[in-house]
Design a protein around this ligand. Structure first.
Ligand code: DGL
Length: 276
């Protein structure tokens, strides 16, 4: 049997958070090789304007294309929410998979009441992309959104449990989940790469009976479907992933391990300049 298409898959994020998506892709598609680019020099994207995020993201994926990638996953929710059409146009005919559509699918699959809460960065919430994607799949859904920017800093600091993380989650979420089971959301979308790291305190603040969903597994599923449909899957081989970052490669390795769930060896991260 042939090895299939041995070109790598490109994954792009504003930083290390997208390694949560890479972890899901590695589990779903273990025979694929991955090149991951984190734009750590310009992180965070979540507080920036849609125009700036689009400019940065287009530059980043153009750089990734130099690695002869066969598909690109935009693991960053903010870039997926505000820049996906521009990224598709910049990369055409390369398949581009964002995480907002898969996250919305996961939410619609999980909800029983149609009441869905979405937490994300300011940029993702401002554009309303999750609400739009959820309504396309479930027109009657009631969607409430909340920007939770401090979760990004907490996750990067490794403060994913303990009193500071618990109080922050309580402050952001208590009013959304204050009602009784007949009125409050039954599903909470973790619409940011960093939030799965804080799932424990988030689940506690949301209270019992709330399903937490994120886009990592559904994005990996969407990628697998696209590769299969276009005859791009790799059937044998695999190989070590390649990590690229635009700044602070030691920090990328140190913090990245938290998101990837396994060590990112310090020497394995290459510094790249997107302006070249
Ligand atoms: N990757 C971003 C996201 O998923 C979070 C970090 C940032 O703001 O750049 O929205």
């Amino acid at each position: 049997m042939s090895a299939g298409d041995t070109r790598p898959i490109g994954i792009f994020d504003s930083g290390m958070g997208g390694l949560t998506v890479m972890r899901a892709i590695g589990a779903r598609l273990p025979k694929e090789r991955i090149v991951y680019l984190g734009d750590t020099a310009r992180l965070p994207y979540g507080t920036k304007s849609a125009e700036t995020v689009t400019r940065y993201a287009v530059q980043a994926v153009r750089h990734l294309r130099r690695y002869d990638v066969k598909a690109i996953v935009v693991a960053c929710n903010t870039a997926s929410a505000v820049a996906l059409p521009a990224l598709e146009a910049a990369l055409s005919p390369l398949p581009v998979i964002g995480v907002v559509g898969p996250g919305a699918r996961a939410a619609v699959g999980a909800t029983r009441t149609g009441r869905i809460a979405v937490i994300a960065t300011e940029g993702t919430v401002r554009g309303g992309a999750y609400a739009l994607a959820i309504h396309q799949l479930h027109p009657g859904a009631q969607v409430v959104q909340r920007a939770c920017p401090l979760f990004v800093a907490l996750a990067e600091e490794g403060w994913v449990d303990g009193p500071v993380a618990a109080l922050t989650a309580e402050r952001y979420l208590s009013d959304i989940f204050a009602g009784d089971a007949a009125s409050r959301p039954d599903t909470l979308v973790l619409g940011c790469t960093h939030f799965p790291a804080l799932a424990g305190v988030i689940a506690k603040a949301a209270g019992p009976g709330v399903a937490l969903v994120d886009s990592a597994a559904t994005a990996a599923e969407a990628l697998a479907a696209v590769l299969e449909a276009r005859g791009l899957a790799q059937h044998a081989g695999g190989g070590a992933p390649q990590f690229l970052a635009t700044d602070a490669i030691e920090r990328f390795a140190r913090v990245g391990g938290l998101f990837l769930g396994q060590e990112v060896p310090a020497g394995s991260v290459e510094l790249v300049d997107l302006n070249q």
